[in-house]
Design a protein around this ligand. Structure first.
Ligand SMILES: Cc1cc2nc3c(=O)[nH]c(=O)nc-3n(C[C@H](O)[C@H](O)[C@H](O)COP(=O)(O)OP(=O)(O)OC[C@H]3O[C@@H](n4cnc5c(N)ncnc54)[C@H](O)[C@@H]3O)c2cc1C
Length: 470
């Protein structure tokens, strides 16, 4: 195929806080990936793979280079409903996957908070779900993948075959090669519903203690944190913990596993189309408005209760409001997620949350999870917790915000924490080096040299975090 550099397109991150123009190529098969890599080499350009572009940061941006759009390489190639093994092209979204397997009594073992991500993007970031403490990241459920390296080599990796590439391409941010097919093991479920327990928590100490204590007794846990109130209320919020239903706990599992029971409703309160809801959120996207929303939500959350919820509704709450990120306005948002050991998390987050309130730049949303470590090279997980914070960016606060998040990074590094490369956009090469360690950087550098000796695969994130180490 003859390719030309014509389609120069402006790309944005999911939070709309960053922009970068690139030559876009939407490809449909592995051979076309090779063609694009050849073209890049010929013109001395770099290439970044892009799935659904749902990363909050610059992981799928490549200013001045080529954007390899894999979203149309999206076929489910094989599905075995007796073993739960599925083989997919990398552009298959989690939405397409769960909708295929759930009616047969299976569910993806790890999902992100949105169903619109692609499997290629999920493996590259090695996503975690609300069950990370129990199931690990998505990479632990990958049986095999095939990939194309910039050298032109086509490889197959499993935990035993090409194991070093298996454990580094998963989590490797698309910098070693491009996934061309992914085989995963799904999880058997006996019902389309989860039993969800909700508890209020009154401060940061109680919040983290609940996450720790509840996790061993549940399949999933997640916390909402009211990040607008400080003092004695700092860290208050609500914990949700969910369990699968077993045996005859669901009297009609065939029905609850049908898609009609899972799909998110198109209307809110049966009247307002979901697609316009973000416009109603806009007037609240300021410090006073969000303080009122958070305070009201906390008051409404003070009752301990138990309810049943479809899998999709529990996992993909954020998808209820399409384009919710646009409610943050022109400057967009930055999501800052830090992962801290259970011993140091409370003090570090107390300092960070207090700082954000004192500087008048509070986070509008806080989400907590419980985690455990894993064996992937660029892992973000720890034996502890994560806290994801959403910050509104404006022309006026951009520089001050960047400085504050840099100070957060120092606190996290000093507390023995880690960062997640699908989220933070302000982390520097120095802080990445500090948390990854010299041995990990050296290993990554060696693999990069082996898989991509000409340095074709690069992204804005790669240049921000790794270029100085090379
Ligand atoms: C609302 C929301 C909620 C989220 N919740 C969670 C969560 O709960 N847990 C979590 O872990 N993450 C979460 N995320 C982050 C998200 O899961 C990751 O950013 C994921 O990588 C996005 O997938 P994508 O298909 O959009 O990938 P993109 O953003 O397009 O790309 C991400 C990375 O993958 C690389 N890539 C893409 N396709 C390939 C391929 N075929 N081969 C090689 N590299 C490739 C890209 O180069 C890039 O480095 C959330 C994001 C949003 C917007």
């Amino acid at each position: 195929m003859t390719l030309t550099l014509t389609n120069f397109t402006q790309f944005e991150n999911f939070g709309h806080s960053l922009r970068a123009p690139s030559y876009r190529f939407q490809i449909k098969c592995a051979e076309e990936i090779e063609d694009v890599i050849c073209l890049a080499k010929k013109h001395g350009l770099t290439v970044t793979a892009r799935g659904a572009g749902r990363s909050y940061n610059d992981a799928a941006l490549n200013g001045g280079g080529i954007m390899l759009d894999l979203s149309a390489m999206n076929q489910i190639l094989e599905w075995d409903s007796t073993t739960g093994l599925v083989r997919c092209e990398p552009g298959v979204t989690l939405a397409k996957l769960w909708q295929r397997v759930e009616p047969d009594g299976w569910w993806p073992p790890v999902v992100s908070g949105t169903m619109f991500t692609t499997l290629g993007g999920c493996l590259s970031a090695n996503i975690h779900g609300k069950n990370n403490f129990r199931m690990g990241p998505i990479g632990e459920h990958v049986v095999a993948f095939t990939a194309l390296l910039p050298t032109g080599e086509q490889i197959t990796c499993t935990p035993r075959q090409n194991a070093d590439l298996f454990y580094s391409m998963i989590s490797g941010l698309g910098m070693l090669g491009i996934f061309t097919s992914i085989t995963m093991q799904m999880k058997r479920v006996e019902s389309g519903l989860l039993e969800v327990h909700a508890w209020p928590v009154h401060d940061l100490h109680e919040h983290l203690s609940f996450l720790l204590d509840k996790a061993p007794h549940h399949d999933y846990t997640v916390g909402w944190m009211d990040t607008m109130n400080g003092g004695k209320s700092l860290g208050r919020g609500q914990i949700h913990a969910a369990n699968y239903l077993h045996g005859d706990e669901d009297p009609n599992p065939k029905k609850t596993m049908q898609l009609d029971n899972q799909n998110l409703p198109p209307y809110i309160f049966g009247v307002f189309p979901k697609s316009i809801l973000y416009l109603f959120m806009r007037p609240f996207a300021n410090n006073l408005g969000w303080w009122a929303v958070s305070t009201a939500k906390y008051i409404a959350s003070r009752r301990q209760h138990v309810f049943r919820q479809p899998h999709a509704a529990f996992h993909f709450l954020l998808d209820y409001v399409p384009n919710w990120e646009l409610s943050y306005g022109r400057g967009g948002l930055i999501q800052y997620q830090s992962f801290l050991p259970k011993e140091t998390a409370e003090d570090a987050w107390r300092e960070m949350l207090t700082m954000s309130l004192q500087r008048g730049m509070p986070s509008y949303l806080g989400v907590t999870k419980r985690h455990r470590p894993d064996n992937f090279l660029l892992t973000h997980a720890v034996d502890g917790y994560s806290l994801a914070l959403d910050f509104k960016v404006t022309d006026r606060n951009r520089a001050k915000m960047s400085q504050m998040l840099n100070e957060f990074d120092k606190i996290v590094v000093q507390a023995g924490g880690r960062f997640y490369f699908a989220k933070n956009s302000e982390t520097s090469a120095e802080h990445a080096r500090a948390f990854l360690g010299e041995a990990t950087i050296a290993k990554f550098k060696e693999l990069k040299q082996r898989c991509d000796p000409n340095g074709v695969l690069e992204s804005d994130l790669y240049r921000r975090l790794f270029e100085q180490s090379y």
